[in-house]
Design a protein around this ligand. Structure first.
Ligand SMILES: [Zn+2]
Length: 104
């Protein structure tokens, strides 16, 4: 039997962490308004990296929210494709995964 409460906590903590990080990224992007050409070039490169981080963070947030939704529906821990139980060892690594190892 999967320990739902444990994974709910892991998911909620991760969600908070990502939320903080995304705000930091936004602040950092907002602070990039240099008028100096050389600095501007450096900031542009940093912006691309930051935007990449922001996008992957938002994708992870969406997956975590979906997983929390499945907890509410009592479907967490079961593969959304075949309905098999997702092994806890797999959830330990990817707590928001909606798939069992076969369907992943
Ligand atoms: Zn499956």
């Amino acid at each position: 039997m999967t320990d739902i409460a444990k994974f709910r906590k892991i998911l909620e903590d991760r969600l908070k962490e990502l939320d903080v990080r995304l705000h930091e990224i936004e602040d950092e992007l907002d602070s990039h308004k240099s008028q100096d050409w050389e600095e501007l070039a450096v900031e542009r490169e940093e912006d691309e990296v930051l935007e990449g981080l922001g996008t992957s963070g938002q994708e992870e947030i969406a997956k975590i929210k979906a997983a929390l939704g499945r907890i509410e529906d009592g479907e967490f821990g079961y593969c959304v494709k075949c309905g098999d139980e997702v092994p806890e060892a797999r959830l330990e690594i990817v707590p928001f995964t909606p798939f069992c190892p076969k369907c992943a």
